[in-house]
Design a protein around this ligand. Structure first.
Ligand code: MG
Length: 159
């Protein structure tokens, strides 16, 4: 038995000196705005898991009106969603995550992002793909106003 899910998220840039992606700090000349640490990649991944489990979305469980999640590490949301999967006897089969932006350039950080997802999810790195793309300078990511991320996930029943 398998369950499939997708997630999508966007965060806008604000003044700052780093962005958090997949739980990794990447030095940059701006940061991402958000109630939590604005880790757009972890939010898309968490939403993909919640989607696969038919558990709504991240905002339902961790509302941005709740001061408990102010500036919180998005790893909390991801590990919670993985626990919810385990409770239902599901584990992650594989993750395919895309980060969409002109800058920062992701490719030189890709291996670190994969290794950190591997650590958080307790998942072999050959089951995790992180891709980066631009929108050819079109739209809000093309104008360098923020970063988008999308994620597909497959969960399989634990045998
Ligand atoms: Mg978000």
């Amino acid at each position: 038995m398998f369950r499939i899910g997708t997630g999508f998220d966007v965060h806008a840039f604000k003044p700052g000196n780093k962005v958090n992606l997949c739980g990794v700090e990447i030095p940059f000349n701006r940061s991402l705005a958000g109630h939590s640490d604005a880790d757009v990649a972890l939010h898309a991944l968490t939403d993909a898991i919640l989607g696969a489990l038919a558990l709504g979305d991240i905002g339902l469980h961790f509302p941005d009106t709740d001061s408990r999640w102010k500036d919180s590490n998005s790893e909390i949301f991801l590990t919670w969603s993985i626990k919810e999967a385990k409770k239902r006897n599901y584990e992650i089969s594989n993750i395919d995550l895309t980060i969409i932006c002109e800058k920062p350039k992701i490719n030189s950080h890709r291996e670190r992002l994969i290794l950190n997802l591997s650590r958080i999810c307790s998942l072999d790195k050959n089951r995790i793909n992180v891709k980066a793309t631009t929108t050819e300078r079109l739209g809000f990511t093309g104008r360098e106003e923020g970063i988008a991320s999308m994620c597909s996930i497959l969960l399989n029943e634990i045998s």
